[in-house]
Design a protein around this ligand. Structure first.
Ligand SMILES: Cc1cc2nc3c(=O)[nH]c(=O)nc-3n(C[C@H](O)[C@H](O)[C@H](O)COP(=O)(O)OP(=O)(O)OC[C@H]3O[C@@H](n4cnc5c(N)ncnc54)[C@H](O)[C@@H]3O)c2cc1C
Length: 457
């Protein structure tokens, strides 16, 4: 059969699209969701079982639906986990909320057919009907008239070659920190070096401590910056005066600095920018966007992606106690050093080479720039011309309605993308408050074209 809509992916974006679709599509419609995650709806972010892995967005902003903003806070209340709007709930609870909400909608509101297919989509073919067929890992094919890609972003690869390391050492190099089982293999006094100093690094430090690790932790990143914390007593967002159509990157940065120097708390300025970030990004010329990524990204990340205040305090305590040491520099090589690993890096701002000698290395260099490289499906779709890489390497090219552009730059009317894959067009599209809006818009467009099609038939 050919489904009306095929959603590829099984994380938050996929489920947000499905939850909106089942509210909008008629009983005659059909949806297939293809995902390789053990639990539909959790994805990389909300799969963790560790209660100490917390959301970095307050509960009041984490509803799945823009028209029911209190939905998540109310769900927490129903589950006897009362939460104030400003609290930072656990990510495992959030994963349960997404799954619960989907199950509830399917039980009580869904009129159309929804099939969940546990598999990886490995390739894509165009059928003579114009439908797109997805080849499944273990055989078979699922075809849809309309398709939404919700593939998230894979983990960025280690920035150095590790093939020269012995097998024993290699097993102490953790490429993908989201397979949390590595934590059980670490000895309490083992030394660990974390590459990258963003939110994933903080999660890994918390994970190590909760597994009884008490050894030393080095953190190596290009600039040695760490995420800031949310305010305990947050103030309302500031009004940021930027002409989103004409401002250059330098003018924007000057304006922000001026506003902060004149006494507006920087967090209020960042929060004031948040609802306008997509428009500001879209107003920047391609060369300006590229300058932002080259020069401003690390500062943007640490101010924009903040952690819950108590998580920040625990982390800072470990830094002050000397348990965690930060190093700013560029990773050069990894070599065997007996049972341990030597990490050679060039210190930032100097030609001096330093060496860290550790038991474990964990790759937390991030996801934002992983582009298409992590996804064999996307690479295949690019080879066939169905999608094109975004010029900045942030994902795939889409128009402002999230429709994919093919290799000739033509908008595909039957192929959408939702989530971080569309960062080249929207930039601010990695977190729930932005993805849920995009998911709703895409579902609305799909429902309209489904309706138009059924009137023609
Ligand atoms: C650790 C972490 C914490 C975060 N915390 C927050 C937070 O507190 N608040 C917030 O708003 N945002 C947070 N985020 C941002 C988060 O990325 C989004 O909230 C959201 O979870 C993204 O979901 P997604 O579905 O787009 O991507 P993903 O969660 O990456 O899901 C993509 C899914 O697609 C599947 N897939 C990929 N390729 C295929 C294929 N070929 N075939 C089938 N399936 C495939 C993958 O297995 C995966 O399950 C966090 C992100 C991370 C990584």
């Amino acid at each position: 059969m050919i489904y009306d809509v095929v959603v590829v992916g099984s994380g938050f974006s996929a489920i947000a699209v499905v939850c909106n679709l089942v509210r909008k599509l008629p009983p005659t419609a059909s949806i297939a969701v293809i995902g390789d995650d053990p639990g539909f709806g959790r994805g990389t972010a909300y799969r963790t079982e560790m209660h100490l892995h917390r959301l970095n967005v307050p509960a009041a902003r984490m509803s799945l639906f823009t028209d029911r903003p209190a939905d998540f806070v109310e769900w927490l209340g129903r589950k006897n986990r009362p939460s104030r709007d400003a609290d930072f709930a656990s990510r495992s609870d959030y994963g349960l909320y997404v799954r619960d909400t989907l199950a509830d909608l399917l039980r009580h509101q869904a009129r159309c057919r929804v099939d969940f297919i546990r598999s990886k989509a490995t390739g894509c073919v165009e059928r003579y009907t114009g439908a797109l067929g997805f080849l499944l890992e273990h055989g078979g094919e699922i075809a849809g008239r309309q398709v939404v890609l919700c593939l998230g972003l894979g983990n960025a690869k280690l920035p150095v070659d590790v093939t020269g390391l012995s097998l024993g050492t290699r097993s102490h190099v953790i490429d993908n920190p989201w397979r949390l089982s590595w934590l059980t293999r670490v000895g309490p006094q083992d030394s660990v070096c974390i590459l990258g100093s963003g939110l994933t690094m903080i999660d890994q430090v918390l994970g190590l401590r909760s597994h009884g690790h008490r050894g030393h932790i080095d953190v190596l990143s290009r600039r040695g910056l760490a995420p800031h914390g949310h305010a305990r007593d947050p103030k309302p967002p500031a009004i940021v005066e930027i002409d989103t159509k004409t401002a250059t990157l330098s003018q924007i940065l000057r304006g922000i600095r001026r506003q902060v120097r004149s006494g507006t708390p920087w967090r209020c300025v960042m929060d004031g920018l948040r609802p306008r970030t997509q428009a500001i990004w879209q107003g920047l010329a391609p060369a300006e966007r590229s300058r932002f990524l080259r020069h401003a990204l690390p500062w943007w990340n640490v101010h924009r992606h903040r952690v819950a205040p108590d998580i920040y305090d625990s982390f800072q305590r470990l830094r002050h106690q000397g348990v965690i040491a930060f190093h700013a520099g560029y990773l050069k090589t990894l070599t065997d050093a007996g049972e341990r690993i030597d990490i050679e890096y060039r210190k930032r701002g100097s030609s001096k080479i330093d060496i860290l000698n550790v038991d474990w290395i964990v790759n937390c260099t991030g996801m934002e720039r992983a582009g298409l490289a992590h996804s064999p499906l996307l690479q295949e779709m690019r080879r066939q011309g169905f999608v094109a890489a975004d010029p900045l390497g942030l994902g795939i090219s889409v128009d402002r309605n999230s429709k994919a552009l093919n290799s000739e730059g033509v908008v595909q009317t039957n192929l959408y993308a939702v989530g971080a894959l569309t960062a080249g067009q929207f930039w601010e599209i990695t977190a729930v408050p932005d993805i849920r809006t995009q998911a709703e818009q895409v579902a609305t467009e799909l429902a309209i074209s489904n309706e138009a099609r059924s009137q023609i038939l």
